[in-house]
Design a protein around this ligand. Sequence first.
Ligand code: HEM
Ligand code: HEM
Ligand SMILES: [Fe+2]
Length: 476
Amino acid sequence: MQPATIKYQSQAVAKLYFIAALGLFTGQIVFGLSLGLQYVIGDFLFPAIPFNIARMVHTNLLIVWLLFGFMGAAYYMVPEESETELYSPLFAKVLFWVFLAAGAATILGYLLVPYAKLAEMTGNDLLATMGREFLEQPLPTKLGIVVVALGFLFNISMTVLKGRKTAISMVLLMGLWGLALMFLFSFVNPSNLVRDKMYWWFVVHLWVEGTWELIMASLLAFVLVKTTGVDREVIDKWMYMIVAFALITGILGTGHHFYFIGLPGYWHWVGSVFSAMEPIPFFMMTLFAFNMVQRRRREHPNQAAVLWAVGTAVIGFLGAGVWGFIHTLSTVNYYTHGSQVTAAHGHLAFYGAYVLVVLAIISYAMPILRGREANPLRAQRVEMWSFWIMSIGMAVMVLALSGAGILQVWLQRMPTTGAMPFMATQDQLVFFYWVRVAGGVMFLLGLLAYLSSFFIGPAADEESLSLGVSTRLQRA
Ligand code: HEM
Ligand code: HEM
Ligand SMILES: [Fe+2]
């Protein structure tokens, strides 16, 4: 492959963030597998790592590594978009170590100290913020996240302010600021359970169905601009439309979480109508990706990055759009709420939209950060295989959970008399839970293949061959 280097030296900090992201991703999947096994072998790893702890580690690692991925993406993209060095590369490095140390300490805290004791030790009695799914972090960690986020946003915003302002960097900034602002609701934890849940969704829903969508759109647009060479005017128009639809549908779409938690009845209408339109921006991302690839002006040597980008656009739509829509109308959600249908959707949506978009930017940027335009063909081939193995593993998991969810609703939720009790129903779902484990093992194998692709060098004859191809392409 042709040698290539980063355009701005400070982009190099992204590498640290990407490596950490991939390490934590691997941890997340290992804990996911142990959870899957605990579903079928009840006392697996008990009492060392009980289900509730492993679950917390699995979901928290997911969020933290995606945040590392978003930050790495921003540090890579913003100098290039703004055509200027990062405001302070040193600060970006310092914050990296702070965030990594805080993250590691938190995970060790979960694993080594009983949760109630951890709450006691970390000042939860001063301001109670712990105990809510995804937001289990002790108070010092939450404050640390705010400090890191503010430092990061300062660094990125100053860089954009002193350089060229593109639609991609503006949308990215909006998304990242929104992400940080919404996180502040994690400090609002009223004792009234209805209000507690409402604020909890302000974080969780307005992240994944609001601010993160903007981040996704800009990462996707960046990778597509670079790999297809399509004019920015075209890409910018798509991005504005996606952002507008994401916000119009996503903000009031929060109502799909307010159906049965004690909020006024009009939310059934507001939530159903607006969230039913939420698939639109995800579908637009699919059209966007295919449209750009069709109009491409060059064959970029990094075809693996194109595959991840198209993959995120398609699977994001399936997970968020299709699997979201199936349980979003209040009349359906009445039966499916909190069932395995929810878990099926949660997995496919997070994987398709956010895992894959982070892997797309890593796949595009990492070779350049390592001094070449694209990985050797052999490495790209392994990367593409890993995309398919992980995605098919995920599909197996999601179909198993969907099957489990449908049977669960049928046995436990639908009957008006003689409904099967919760645990008796779970016994009927064991087959599906084993299939989920099989899908999870496949997913882990795909991930290991992906990691191995970073260590594959060119074949003996490939160097000269690929140079020949790229010179011919340049002449054409
Ligand atoms: C990439 C975007 C999305 C992600 C990452 C995502 C993820 C999740 C997760 C993890 C949950 C479970 C939360 C919990 O209770 O612990 C959830 C719930 C839900 N999601 Fe999404 N989602 C996305 C987009 C959507 C969209 C577009 C729709 C609708 C079209 C939707 C509809 C729902 C509904 C109705 C629930 C509540 C399920 C219940 O009542 O149990 N989601 N989502
Ligand atoms: C990139 C891949 C993955 C992502 C994005 C992911 C995401 C998530 C999310 C968002 C939740 C909370 C879901 C909810 O409450 O609805 C969750 C829970 C869980 N995940 Fe994963 N996960 C992944 C891989 C895996 C793997 C490989 C397994 C293992 C087979 C697994 C097993 C589980 C289990 C058993 C739970 C707990 C579900 C429950 O409480 O009933 N996950 N995961
Ligand atoms: Fe939602």
